[in-house]
Design a protein around this ligand. Sequence first.
Ligand SMILES: O=C(O)CCC(=O)C(=O)O
Ligand SMILES: [Fe+2]
Length: 198
Amino acid sequence: MTDLFNDLPAPDVDWYPDWLAPAPAERMLARLIDEVQWRQDTMGTPAGRVALPRLTAWQGEPDAVYIYSGIRNVPEPWTPAVAELKAAAEATSGARFNSVLLNRYRSGADSMGWHADREPELGRQPVIASVSLGVARTFDLRHNKTGVVQSFSLKGGSLLVMKGDTQAEWRHRVPKQPRVSGERINLTFRWVTPRQPG
Ligand SMILES: O=C(O)CCC(=O)C(=O)O
Ligand SMILES: [Fe+2]
């Protein structure tokens, strides 16, 4: 989207900084740490396989299969706290979700590099609801064509809904912040088009 008056590009997002009150957000963080089966995944690099700088989990409907780096990922079933957040994110965004990627940043040393969520199974203009719990971390969105960066402080209890051309026209990241010691969990709820068998 382009603003008529300053013609700086702006991402198509809805921002709810105080989506959850502090006490429920704290309880939700503790429940997720406890109930989710957190995994230490690796990624292939020219130098071999290296650990991702964060823990991850993938939950959703059994048919929400995600092909990632040639691997067919079947989600784990919804756990109770995640299912509650999914229902709340659907109510606020007006969209439906059949899967969620969970990322657990153990400290400011954990991070996620520049990327867009534009796998074919997400469709052309995906609605992605991003729920944050725990310490605030910087979230940068960078416009592909102009390099314009818009930064958010994704604090605990906030919801950022990305939609429209946000994935097509922007990349995003969670940079390392060495002075941050606390933990953060982020959930990105998505709709994955179920694959036809074969
Ligand atoms: O942790 C975040 O805020 C971003 C997570 C993200 O970009 C993703 O799961 O694709
Ligand atoms: Fe992402």
